[in-house]
Every structure is written in structure tokens, then in C-alpha cells.
Design a protein around this ligand. Structure first.
Ligand SMILES: [Zn+2]
Length: 163
């Protein structure tokens, strides 16, 4: 990521990320310094330097390959209730309740293959653990998302000790 100073012909100070092209606009509001004041240019330079530092710290570069995705990709796992999980538009993992032996997770082994079959995956202390166990079973590790009532996707934290 590289933030650089550009000029769009307005009085605004425009900084631009050279990688994703996003522009960040700042307006110099230092009062009491006339343009011909010897210190004015210096004050402006110091201010621009601060803007560059702020922009570099705040900018979330969309060109950054390591940045987290913001919505599910094809092949990711999604749920809207933490009980039914879908992959490629088909149920792949679900929490079965009301069973005589208590609740347990049922997994669609070989999800997209011809010989796919439902198996009992077992019981887990958390939803995240069940998803991780399913990924191990499938030897496939996509991102998992919770879709809110409003349709917003939130990436689930599947790291060690995830909630
Ligand atoms: Zn950028």
C-alpha cells in the first residue's frame, strides 16, 4: 500500500492509494496564517505529513490480497440461524435436536460428490467447533459466514478458542 499526494484542481488536499485507487480528501483549515506568511507553507507541509500518516493507518486497501473478504464466495459455508449450514446452495451441516440421545450434528459427507451421505458428526461445545470438525471431515477449509436478518454477512471466527 502506498498513499500519495495528488492534485484534483480543487483546494482540497487529495491523497490517493496507488494500489486500489481510493481517494481520501482532506481540507486544510489552519486559520490565522496568510498565504504569504513564511510559516504558512511549513504549517501546511506538516499538516499534509499528518494526513499521509492518518491515511496510511486508516486506509483499508481493497487491493491487499491479505485483506478479509466482506461477503461469501462460491464454496463458502453460510448460515442464518447457527443450526443449518449451507454450501453451494445445499444443506451440508445441521444441528439435530429432540433426538433421544440429545442434540447432535449431522454432516453431509462428500457434500458435492456423487456418493454424498449424511453421517452423525457428534456433539460439540460450540457451533464453531462443529464447523471445524466438518471441514476436517471434508478436508476442505472455506470461510464460514453468518447471514443476519438484514442480509449482512459476518465472517465467523474459527480460530483457536473462537467464541
Ligand atoms: Zn488501497
Amino acid at each position: 500500500m502506498a498513499i500519495e499526494l495528488t492534485d484534483d484542481g480543487t483546494l482540497d488536499t487529495v491523497l490517493r492509494c496507488s494500489e486500489c485507487g481510493e481517494e481520501m480528501r482532506y481540507t486544510f483549515t489552519e486559520v490565522g496564517l496568510a498565504d504569504d506568511e513564511p510559516n504558512a507553507q511549513k504549517a501546511y507541509d506538516v499538516w499534509v505529513k499528518g494526513c499521509l500518516e492518518d491515511a496510511a493507518a486508516d486506509h483499508e486497501c481493497t487491493a491487499d490480497e491479505d485483506s478479509e473478504p466482506t461477503e461469501p464466495q462460491e464454496g463458502d459455508i453460510t448460515t442464518s440461524d447457527d443450526r443449518h449450514f449451507y454450501m453451494h446452495g445445499k444443506l451440508c451441516l445441521e444441528l439435530i435436536e429432540g433426538h433421544s440421545s440429545g442434540e447432535y450434528w449431522r454432516a453431509h459427507k462428500g457434500h458435492m460428490s456423487r456418493g454424498a451421505t449424511w453421517i452423525d458428526l457428534g456433539r460439540f461445545a460450540s457451533v464453531e467447533q462443529a464447523i471445524k470438525a466438518y471441514m476436517v471431515l471434508e478436508n476442505y477449509f472455506p470461510n464460514a459466514w453468518t447471514i443476519s436478518d438484514h442480509g449482512n454477512a459476518h465472517l465467523m471466527d474459527l480460530t483457536e478458542g473462537g467464541k
